[in-house]
Structures are given as structure tokens and as C-alpha cells.
Design a protein around this ligand. Sequence first.
Ligand code: SF4
Length: 236
Amino acid sequence: MRAGREELLLERARLDTASPNDVIEWAFSRFPSDRRVVVTGLQADGVAVADMAIAADPSVRVLTIDTGRLPEATHRYLDALRAHWGRGIEVVLPESAEVESFVGGHGSNPFRRSVALRLDCCRIRKVAPLERVLAGVDCWMTGLRRGQSERRATTSVIDIDERHGGVVKVNPVATWREDAVTEYLTQRSVPLHPLYDAGYRSIGCAPCTRAVAPMRTPARAAGGGRTESTRSVGCT
Ligand code: SF4
């Protein structure tokens, strides 16, 4: 069931100033539970959306993609989130045959040799798994925010994701600032990815992400901590 464009544009205008919880409630009322999913890369914004979604529907599908190159800290963090929420988190892996062929032909770290190989690696490990997931749903929820980058400055709360066959993309915290996300997670006692404390601002594959500056949490803000300045050198 793909949503009608006109209906969604009307809803988008209505929900643009709504709270994230209201946006999530709209998605839940609009799409049946087996046709919607929260997809998170386990960064603070996506985890906040997952937490809100779980609060509204404890059985909501929450999913992350394990590229096979994630840092060990991310696997530990997944365990911490499972323990915190008292439920599972789906993990989607790349097609093993594709990874085997790619690594067999180009080695374990070909992304260091060319942009083309980096894009191929991302396509196999991230893009294709996400496409497989989205082929089976009508709605996906993300932690995209307008403040994350210039490219995302016009992110809508609700969008039609033409790159993924017209699935509805819901970004409940699109209008939130980073401070609001971290404050929400602190108030809810949801753990943050441990690499934020190590100075990572964008957390993805271990070989393609590096520490740059600490995240601004409420505690750090009180102490004059630095604000947004991030960079992943991966393909996201
Ligand atoms: S971020 Fe790096 S390791 Fe991860 S899929 Fe992309 S190129 Fe490969």
C-alpha cells in the first residue's frame, strides 16, 4: 500500500510543526505494524526516534544495518539498548555472497584506494541491505534532522522516498535541535553510544569514521562543551 501523494503533502503541511510523538502517532495510525519500521544507525537522533516509537508501540519494528565493519563499541551499545528497552533490535546484514566476491576481488579495505571502490563497498554493505528492507514496508522512520548538515536543511517531517520506490519516509525529529535530542535521551535515561564520549560525532563503520569533537550533552553544555562539528569519512 503506497500512500497517495496529495494526501501526504497535506499531512506534511499539517505535521510540520507537530511534536515528534504526534508525528509518530500519525505514522502508526496510517500504516499497519507489519508495514512500517524504524531504521537507525544508532546515533542519538535515531535512537531518540526509536525510543519514542517503542514508548508508543512496544512491539514496533526497530532495525539497524550491520555492515560487517562496525566498531566493537557499537555491538556493545546494541546490547545496552536491548537491555534498556527489554526487547530485541533487528540486525540486517549485507548479502554474504556479495561481500565475499567484493573482498575476494579487492581486499578487505578497498575503500582506501578509490572513491569508486568506496561507493561499491557502501552499496554492498549499506545501500543494498536498506533497499531490501524498504522493499517490504510502506513507511520508514528515521532520525534525520535539519541541523545535521546543509544537505539536510530542508528535510521534511514526512516525505515520499522516491529513491526507494515511493515508500513514505517519516522524520519525527526533523525540526529538533541537537540539544533537544540529547536532553530527551537524558530525561528518558536512554544510553548514548559510548563513542560520543570518545569524541565521535558521526558513528558508522570503524575504518571510515573518526573522532572530531565531543557531543553537546546537557551536562557538557553547562560546562561550556563544544557544539556541532562532525565528520564521518564514510559514504553516509
Ligand atoms: S562506510 Fe566505509 S567500510 Fe562502511 S560500507 Fe562505506 S566504504 Fe565500506
